[in-house]
Design a protein around this ligand. Structure first.
Ligand SMILES: [Zn+2]
Ligand SMILES: [Zn+2]
Ligand SMILES: [Zn+2]
Ligand SMILES: [Zn+2]
Ligand SMILES: [Zn+2]
Ligand SMILES: [Zn+2]
Ligand SMILES: [Zn+2]
Length: 1758
């Protein structure tokens, strides 16, 4: 360690040297040197170790600075020959910039690819180029970059159209310059110097980075004085986990966990990190501990002890590479010079250039070094078109070695040089050149095959016995297939002879690969025992999937050149015959005969012998065969084709076996073979594989069948299905009924499957080349059949369609012709619905339907037909004609064997099935008959006469059966079936068939006259048309009826809704009616004086009828009256802290223990919100329920550590009725007693006086109690006036509530206190009642805001549950004082009063600018009862007191608003009437008074009109909230004007609150009383301070908070996030940048680096943020995932769909599809509403209940 200490002061020693150092002189010395490398090395040998790596804690900034001044500056001087500041600027100025953008992508940066113009999906644009390109108007895809790769703007080969953006568009004037060598413009001197210095420095860097000695340096670099200073360097590997490394480091180098985490992070990022610095022994010791600790299970972590000078030079070498990249950015000429230097061959010959050396050492370097030099290659060689080509050739020459290095290495591919292949291979001209000159295609394939050496005896791949090592290798070697795909991705437009030759060589290599796959992973049916171990199957399918696009692309290449196609076909055929050369195995063939035909075939049974799903050679041949048909080669020059060598039975053999295997699996014959086989069958049909598997097998059967006698084909098929014996039996039409039931069942399924196969072989004609169809007809048909199942979203359709190598389905080209797009609402997604005219193309036996799809589609289509009044038959659709090569396939439909099969099944069906035949079997037979009839009809329509119609199915089916069975004809059978009662479901279809037969017969009869055909057809059509008309009428009538019903239903729904919405209104009118009739006369003295309007506060408040309130307990269903002395009833409630209304998010959360919540600050930073689902229980029922939940939870936790969506320990539970999250209950209380007001109510003056006396009396009593009767105190107190008459300080009021209600008062009060302050429950705390009042006030305020935001009237628009919640909450708050010690509440009350009525005995009363007046009103009104209850004078002044308090606080609020309002200059004239003018004058008067108290702190008044408007607007929320409060407190009905939104609100509100509509009269009528008060308010020192800018000044009205504004285009968010770096580590890109939707902060989520400790627990950045920003609640947008995240507390969270939709009305959570996303305001509004309604936690609760997996997520780590 000593050495390290002494070295630490080196930088300061360097300072003096640095002062004397001149970069210019050094460079001049070099210019004159004869041996430049030596001179430069000497310089480096001296300085590099002095600057770099001087210990563990060096300062990177000074390192940077010194390196620039001492090391790089001389290089730059040398290069420029002058001051580099001048020279480089000049170079940059004169540079002819190339048109390539070349912007290198950062991790997470958005990239764009045009789906219409990009040559392949790897061609991407940066955001800037994209926005300036034509592609932003096209269909594009947006992705986030994984880092690396660059913008292809300007690369003409990358884009079919618009290769340049505006910025990179070449100037037409200097197009010729761009072709010129960029070196030419540079001076010869500069070129020479550049060449020299680049050579020296690049060589230095390459030497150092590839240096493998730990203690020595290359010649010329040895340090002058070698100290004993070493580093213990830890290297990255992909074997050990983060945790292992952290643990080991803590042990080995004695560091803290935090340091270990930081080491591990750096090792992971840079590939190496020194973990210890010191002398050799010291480092060796650490190394041995690390090695020892990590070598147990695996190979140990790589650690090296390196001399500090070696490390220093390696650091500088990296710096040099970065510097080179920086310098060449100034000039394309310099860039080319560097390219030359890099690729120049040394005398040693091949692979001796510096770039070669780097490439070949790639896998030996650490990650950081690789990254740096890859960057340099990208910005030099890959940006220079000439050298890109040369580099590509070198890369291709070394391809095999580089790949082998990569396969052996363990780093991810993004850190390998092989990853650069995409930059070269995707350039079509380069790829073509590399194929021709370097035989690249063959090289790639051979390299791939070479790495998979594990084969079986037949030379096929054998993945089953793979070791872990081999499996790892297999995973890595797959990247070669990616390279092959790049090479093949663009098809050649013209072929040279060499290209043909090399491609064919490539095809040969590829066929070798496919031969290794043909027949791999064979299976044998397991009988008796279940298989013991599931065989490995995934590797083979992975390979197949990876190769799928390659196989398709090879076919596409072949299709562009006839010679190539013919040659490939020949070779493929040869390969196939090699695979199955001995497929007869020398056995004697067996002979089959049926229906007068016979055929020889081999002996083989799928159920007994080996069978494989993997037949790529056969399938490639099938693909090529179709191409022969498509290109019409087969007819034009058959002599060139080896058609004679084809043996149709051989062609169909293996595909047929594979299909039979599937059928047998369906039939349950392979159950004992386990899931492995099921999975294989699944993937065989799956959209990812089927194109080159299942589809091609069908084509091969079609090819084979079209070359064979159809009877022979069917007989072979029957034999492979193991059904031949059934149909060849003489009495086959009498199906045996005995025998094993399982076997019968099996055979039924097999027959169904075989019939389905026949339907597919004849009917699947939508491949170009099989049927006469156009491109995209197939995709259109796929879409039609998907939409026949149900309407689907865009992404669902995409998933159901195969993608090509460019990730395109082609769907966009056809979707609009077949479907209508229906936009989504606020939830759900947009859907495509099939256009009705396309339903006639529906084919029930569509080959890509799974069984489930088929039955869903059948049901949907039958339903549709029923709804439109049609019969339920689902006949086959009309089909396109076959291509000539496949033309004879139709004969399958009328061949004797098929007719025999059809006849047999129909015969069986004449008797009700006892299990010996099945409905599906019959349905398929009817379908086949339908197909045949349609075929015949089509042929007749298209022919000129009967003679050329070879298809005569109708004639054949009238023939009776063959001699032995001698039964009726097929037609006769059909006719007899038509009325069979057991075939009701098939009746319509049989009917359709018989009608078709008649139609065709008519056509045939009339056909001799050619014209007749058309008339006949016409007549048929007319008939059909007539029927259609009828059907249409019926349909319309039905539709009309449905519409009527719907309207009726809607109306009754609306009525219900209306009554619900206006429940209160209805009730009120009733109540008012009762009130006026029953008790009207008694109140006449008071009522007369009061206007008829309703009033909610004060002695003249409207009288309401006292009605018993009956409620029902949801748990025991008993009814109960709400009474003060009765059994307590409670309402499930959820209390939460809230910052939704906060106007100051910077305010730190209050300290729970010392916070005094009595006065709410007007910034409303932290409030306590209470909500309820409105469900009522007995308190005892609830307690029992909660205890049960608790017990259950305890048991559950003991058993399994499963979490729930609610936290029982925190008092949480789910409402037993609606499962709504709750954490306490509110007791239901009866409405307050009505006091009949006595005639003389005290005036404000009287009341103030009395209250003053009462307060004084209480003060002295409290003091007495405190000081235990101290003498001095008593003295003082005697001087004070005695309490007013009837006020008895020692009176103990009677508690009006039963014990059960009292208990519930304490329960809810304590819960509010506990949650609101985040403290432990303590029902004795003096703050308990305060929190209850505060929650009441806050909840009312937030509801008032919500109503404004949603533009709803103040009354009547709240849902019942909120109404119920508010009134119980208010009643509770007005009663909660009874549960607390009286003196406590009195003290609170006196302190509250002192805020407006300054009281010398109360200290620290806040100034009026620091008080939220509504909170003050609520608390003072509710606490006043504690003083009032001592008044035993019999005079009831409570209501007057409330009114006086309202008046006082209203005035105070007006003053508060005036003090904070900012009157703007108003220029427009204001028209005002007399009333307004009076108000204006009065407001001016008040304002000027305030000014006199506050001198010039208030600006002079500009316009009274304007200020009055400010005050009115500012006080409105207060008045509205007060109206809600008194409405619920006194249970008065509300005036009708406040049930609607509109004008007249102000007057209605004022009169409801018993206030004058000119509020200023409150002040003017009591000038003498109020003026002194106002003066005292203004003179509070804090007012002055606040107005001078001492604190955050809250202005009124407080605007509702909104969630942050989000950009319209999602990519700007991605862009924003990509430039966001982790705030902790400073440089790292954040992996999960997350945006707070409440305040707009960007956070580094889900990452070690930003974890902080919160309440003794490590939490992620989001959770930490929620505690300061949202009081534990948070709404975030995870930008990379495009996902909204809701968090509540540390344990709750859920994901929510983002407010961004693509053009198809779908979200893209996880950004997987990459469609452009745009903000959907409605959806964002919905999220905002959830937040404002305080429903986020509830939403999380519901999400977690619905999806249990959400409960297990460790939300606190996000
Ligand atoms: Zn760009
Ligand atoms: Zn551009
Ligand atoms: Zn485009
Ligand atoms: Zn009950
Ligand atoms: Zn409920
Ligand atoms: Zn971070
Ligand atoms: Zn925030």
């Amino acid at each position: 360690m000593a050495a390290a200490e002494s070295d630490r002061d080196a930088p300061s020693a360097l300072c003096s040297e640095f002062l004397n150092f001149s970069a210019k002189d050094t460079a001049l010395g070099w210019l004159q040197a004869t041996d430049l490398p030596k001179e430069v090395y000497q310089h480096l040998a001296v300085y590099v170790p002095k600057i770099y790596c001087l210990g563990p804690n060096i300062n990177p900034q000074s390192e940077e600075l010194l390196a620039q001044l001492l090391l790089l500056a001389p290089l730059e001087w040398y290069l420029c020959g002058e001051d580099p500041a001048v020279g480089l600027a000049q170079l940059e100025h004169s540079n002819q910039r190339s048109q390539l953008c070349g912007h290198v992508f950062k991790v997470g940066e958005p990239t764009y690819s045009c789906r219409e113009c990009a040559a392949d999906p790897t061609c991407v644009l940066c955001m800037q180029c994209f926005l300036g390109s034509i592609h932003k108007e096209h269909r594009y895809r947006m992705t986030t970059s994984g880092g690396g790769g660059f913008c292809d703007c300007g690369d003409t080969e990358a884009w079919k159209k618009g290769p340049y953006c505006h910025k990179h568009e070449p100037n037409i004037t200097d197009t010729d310059c761009s072709q010129e060598d960029p070196i030419t413009p540079l001076s010869a001197d500069l070129v020479a110097r550049g060449y020299n210095i680049f050579s020296v420095m690049l060589k230095y860097a390459v030497d150092m980075l590839t240096w493998d000695m730990e203690d020595l340096l290359p010649e010329g670099l040895e340090p002058l004085d070698r100290g004993d200073t070493y580093y213990c360097m830890l290297f990255n590997d992909e074997v050990h986990t983060y945790e292992q490394v952290i643990y080991t480091l803590q042990k080995a180098v004695n560091c803290t966990q935090k340091e270990a985490v930081s080491f591990a992070t750096t090792v992971d990022r840079d590939g190496r990190k020194s973990v210890r610095f010191g002398d050799f022994q010291f480092c060796e010791q650490a190394k041995s501990v690390i090695v020892r600790n990590t070598s147990r299970q695996s190979k140990p972590l790589r650690v090296q002890v390196m001399h500090s000078s070696v490390v220093a030079h390696q650091c500088f070498a990296l710096k040099v590479l970065t510097w080179l990249g920086h310098i060449i950015a100034y000039s394309d000429g310099l860039r080319r010079i560097l390219c030359q230097v890099g690729l120049q061959k040394a005398p040693e010959g091949e692979n001796s250039s510096l770039v070669d050396i780097l490439m070949l050492c790639d896998s030996k370097m650490w990650k950081g070094a690789r990254n740096v030099y890859h960057q340099l290659l990208m910005s030099s060689l890959l940006m220079d078109l000439k050298y890109k080509k040369i580099f590509a050739i070198q890369f291709a020459k070394n391809y095999e070695r580089l790949q082998s290095d990569f396969v052996r290495d363990d780093h991810d591919r993004e850190f390998s040089i092989t990853d650069l292949s995409v930059q070269m291979f995707t350039v079509p001209s380069l790829a073509r050149m590399l194929i021709v000159e370097e035989n690249l295609m063959t090289t790639i394939i051979r390299t791939f095959v070479d790495h998979l050496r594990h084969r079986d005896l037949q030379g096929r791949f054998q993945f089953e016995r793979y070791t872990a090592q081999q499996a790892f290798k297999f995973r890595r070697v797959q990247s070669l297939i990616g390279d092959l795909k790049y090479v093949l991705i663009s098809r050649p437009t013209e072929w040279s002879e060499q290209l043909r030759e090399k491609f064919q060589e490539g095809v040969d290599a590829f066929l070798e690969l496919l031969k290794c796959m043909q027949g791999m992973d064979p299976v044998v049916r397991q009988v008796g025992q279940h298989i013991e171990m599931e065989p490995e199957w995934e590797a083979a399918f992975t390979l197949q999937m990876k190769l799928t696009h390659i196989i398709s692309m090879i076919q596409e290449w072949c299709s562009t050149d006839e010679c190539v196609l013919i040659e490939a076909y020949k070779r493929c055929l040869l390969a196939l015959s090699q695979c199955h050369g001995g497929f007869t195995d020398g056995e004697q063939p067996i002979s089959l005969s049926l229906a007068g035909h016979s055929v020889d075939t081999i002996r083989y049974q799928v159920s007994q012998e080996r069978v494989s799903i993997h037949l790529p050679v056969s399938r490639l041949l099938a693909g090529l065969h179709v191409l022969l048909s498509k290109t019409e080669l087969a007819y034009r020059c058959p002599e060139l084709l080896p058609l004679s060598e084809l043996s149709p039975p051989m062609l169909i053999e293996h595909p047929l076996r594979c299909l039979v295997l599937c059928a047998q699996v369906h039939a349950g014959m392979w159950r004992r073979n386990g899931f492995s086989l099921i999975n294989q069958i699944y993937y065989y049909h799956n959209v990812k594989c089927r194109v080159e598997m299942f589809d091609k097998d069908i084509i091969m059967l079609q090819a084979g069948a079209s070359m064979m006698d159809p009877n022979h084909f069917l007989m072979i098929a029957l034999s492979r299905f193991e059904l031949f014996n059934i149909f060849s039996a003489a009495d086959c039409r009498k199906r045996y009924r005995d025998g094993n039931k399982d076997v019968v069942q099996q055979n039924n399924t097999l027959i169904e499957e075989m019939l389905h196969l026949i339907i597919m072989v004849v009917g699947e004609r939508f491949v170009v080349g099989v049927g006469q169809v156009e491109q995209y007809d197939d995709i259109r048909r796929e879409i039609v059949h998907q939409l026949c199942i149900r309407p689907m979203a865009h992404s669902e359709l995409v998933k159901a369609l195969p993608e090509n190598e460019n990730k395109e389905t082609g769907m966009e080209r056809v979707i609009d012709s077949v479907a209508v797009f229906k936009k989504p609402g606020v939830t759900g997604r947009g859907l495509y619905e099939l256009r009705p005219e396309w339903t006639q193309h529906f084919n029930l036996y569509f080959h890509h339907y799974s069984r489930a799809d088929q039955s869903k589609a059948e049901e949907a289509q039958r339903k549709r037909r029923r709804q439109s009044g049609e019969d339920s038959a689902l006949p086959p659709p009309r089909l396109p004609p076959l291509c000539p090569l496949f033309g004879s396939l139709v004969n399958l439909l009328q061949c004797d064997v098929l007719l025999a099969i059809v006849g047999a099944v129909l015969q069986w069906a004449t008797e009700p099935s006892g299990g010996h035949w099945s409905e599906s079997m019959l349905q398929r037979v009817l379908h086949i008959v339908g197909m045949a009839l349609l075929e015949e009809q089509q042929q007749l329509e298209n022919s000129c006469g009967e003679e050329d119609v070879t298809f005569n199915f109708t004639i054949k089916i009238t023939r009776p059966g063959e001699a032995p069975s001698n039964t009726g004809s097929v037609l006769a059978l059909l006719e007899s079936l038509q009325n069979a009662p057991h075939l009701e479901v098939h009746k319509d279809m049989i009917h359709w068939i018989l009608k078709m037969v008649t139609t065709i017969k008519t056509m045939r009869e009339r056909s001799p006259a050619t014209s007749a055909v058309s008339t006949c057809g016409g007549q048929g059509l007319e008939e059909v048309a007539g029927e259609r008309d009828k059907a249409e009428k019926k349909r319309k009538a039905e539709m009309a009826r449905l519409r009527r019903e719907k309207v009726m239903a809607q109306m009754s729904e609306m009525q219900k809704h209306f009554i619900n919405e206006n429940k209160e209104l209805f009730q009120q009118s009733l109540e008012e009616l009762e009130a006026s009739t029953s008790s009207g006369p008694d109140h006449s003295p008071v009522c007369v004086e009061v206007p008829a309007a309703v009033v909610c506060v004060g002695p003249w408040q409207s009288v309401r009828a006292d009605r018993r309130q009956l409620v029902t307990c949801i748990l025991c269903q008993e009814e109960q009256e709400v009474k003060g002395q009765g059994r307590a009833m409670v309402l499930a409630a959820f209390v939460q802290r809230s910052t939704v209304l906060s106007k100051n998010r910077r305010r730190p959360p209050p300290d729970p223990e010392s916070h005094d919540p009595l006065f709410m600050n007007p910034d409303l930073a932290f409030g306590t919100h209470t909500a309820s689902c409105g469900h009522i229980m007995h308190s005892t029922c609830w307690q029992r329920y909660f205890e049960a939940v608790q017990a259950k939870e305890q048991r559950r936790q003991q058993r399994v550590r499963v979490h729930t969506s609610y936290d029982v320990e925190n008092g949480e539970f789910l409402c037993p009725l609606c499962q709504c999250l709750s954490n306490t209950v509110i007791p239901l209380l009866p409405r307050a007693q009505t006091h009949s007001p006595s005639a003389d109510q005290p005036s404000l003056e009287q009341w103030l006086k009395t209250t003053g006396q009462q307060v004084a009396a209480l003060h002295s009593t409290h003091r007495k109690q405190l000081s235990d009767g101290g003498e001095a105190e008593e003295e003082m107190e005697r001087e004070e006036s005695s309490p007013p008459k009837g006020f008895r300080v020692d009176h103990i009021p009677m508690n009006p509530f039963s014990s059960s209600i009292r208990e519930m008062l304490t329960t809810f009060g304590t819960a509010t206190y506990k949650i609101g302050l985040k403290v432990n429950p303590n029902d004795q705390d003096s703050r308990v009642p305060i929190m209850s009042w505060a929650s009441c006030a806050y909840t009312i305020q937030s509801i008032e805001r919500l109503l404004v935001d949603e533009e709803k009237p103040l009354f009547g628009s709240l849902p019942c549950r909120q109404d119920d919640c508010l009134s119980s909450l208010t009643r509770f708050a007005s009663a909660c004082w009874t549960a607390a010690p009286l003196t406590t509440v009195q003290t609170h009350c006196m302190r509250l009063l002192s805020a407006v009525l300054p009281d010398p005995q109360v200290q620290n009363a806040p100034c009026i600018l620091d008080i939220d007046m509504f909170h003050l009103l609520v608390s003072s009104v509710l606490s006043y009862s504690s003083i009032n209850c001592l008044d035993q004078s019999g005079q009831n002044v409570l209501d007057s007191a409330h009114l006086h308090l309202l008046h006082l606080i209203t005035v105070a609020h007006m003053v508060q608003i005036l003090l904070t309002c900012t009157p703007v200059e108003v220029s427009m004239d204001q028209e005002s009437g007399t009333a307004e003018r009076e108000e204006e004058e009065m407001i001016c008067q008040l304002y000027n008074h305030l000014r006199t108290h506050l001198d010039s702190l208030l600006p002079p008044l500009s316009s009274g009109w304007h200020v009055w408007r400010c005050v009115k607007a500012g006080i409105l929320p207060f008045l509205r909230a007060s109206a809600l409060f008194f409405h619920h407190l006194n249970t008065t009905s509300a005036p009708l004007e406040l049930h609607v939104v509109g004008p007249g609100q102000w007057e209605a509100l004022c009169s409801y609150l018993s206030l004058p509509s000119n509020l200023l009269q409150l002040y003017h009528s009591q000038l003498s009383l109020l003026e002194p008060l106002i003066q005292r308010w203004c003179c509070h020192p804090a007012v002055r301070e606040a107005l001078q800018g001492g604190s955050v000044l809250i202005r009124f009205p407080r605007e509702s908070n909104r969630l942050i504004d989000l950009p319209e285009d999602y990519s700007s968010l991605i862009n924003q996030a990509s430039s966001f770096t982790c705030p902790r580590s400073g440089v790292d890109k954040s992996r999960a940048p997350t945006l707070c939707l409440v305040c707009g902060a960007m956070l580094c989520s889900q990452s070690y680096c930003c974890q902080t400790e919160l309440e003794g627990e490590d939490v992620g950045a989001c959770t930490a943020h929620t505690f300061s920003c949202g009081a534990g609640l948070g709404l975030f947008l995870r930008v990379r995932e495009s996902q909204v995240l809701f968090l509540a507390g540390k344990t709750k969270g859920c994901f929510y769909p983002p407010p961004y939709l693509d053009d198809y009305g779908e979200t893209d959570q996880g950004l997987r599809r990459g469609n452009p996303l745009h903000l959907c305001r409605e959806r964002y509004g919905k999220i905002q509403r959830l937040w404002r309604q305080h429903s986020i936690t509830e939403e999380i609760g519901h999400a977690q209940e619905a999806n249990q997996s959400l409960v297990g997520i460790e939300w606190q780590h996000l």
